[in-house]
Design a binder for this molecule. Sequence first.
Ligand code: 13P
Length: 340
Amino acid sequence: MSELAKVAQAMVARGKGILAADESSGTIEKRFKSINLQSTEESRRAYRDMLFTTRGLGEHISGVIFYDETIRQKASDGAPFPEVLKRQGILPGIKVDAGTSDLAFCPGEKVTEGLDKLAKRCQEYVKLGAKFAKWRAVITIGRDMPSTTCIASNAHALGRYAAICQANGLTPIVEPEVLMDGDHTIERCEEVTEWTLNAVYEALYINRVVLEESVLKPSMVISGKDCAAQAGVEEVAERTVRILKRCVPAAVVGIAFLSGGQSDEQATVHLNAMNRMYKGKLPWPLTFSYGRALQHPSLSAWKGSAQNVPQAQALLQHRAHMNGLAAMGEYRVELERKAA
Ligand code: 13P
């Protein structure tokens, strides 16, 4: 088996998932605002230091996604962050997209940039210790949205990105996110997710991407945040799995969902329901690659202060554990209460 395929398999190993800690400087600034903390290079370093030095993090976390600044930073003991993860048995990954821009002639829609010089950047990241990469495409649901232009442009970029990564030694995470913002129904989300995934896998094929060396990071099929009718847990699980079965080739190594603004526990419960209801019936493992849903309690407890580090780390480890159980369909809500 190729090295890239081995990395993909390790990323979705049983009972493990990925910690997305690749917030851009703009996004982390927003997160820090919620705890009244100024975002500086040092506060961002201290926060990531707290996350990555959590004892036992590797029990439930297979990989961490870094931002460009983070992969170059060091822990308080002087070790580079990729080294800190290696000690924990965790694979370092890197966000290689350059964020989203307005899509020309498509008001309200975005296209992800970052293909220019991507091969060279991948080579540098490999030298810094990265084993896998991530690229996030954003699809917005709204009036006359998404457009064919938006789906095609973003799928094309994902295909080009994934091929460039594989050709330069990184296992790609392919992340097409259908946003949950808006008042659309779950039916509409299902339709758009199906359209998006079909376009993405066609683009991957055209770009000669090796599916056996790739991981998909999709959003779940879920009701719009402001939709009056909120679908229940089993409906989310059924519709999400139905669309994945239709659109994602069995050769894909694994599926690691993003949390996308779901509450911490909701993200866990949905993942658990899919694994419980479809145990042994799917060609790929279903796990998590959560940002907010893993970090949120930990960030709130940390508040930028060294004395809160032990509690913040315990909360991160707890969410990682709960999601690790959900990745096997073995999560129970009583386990939350016990920890509280
Ligand atoms: P969330 O789980 O907060 O959606 O973040 C995952 C991610 O990596 C978004 O690109």
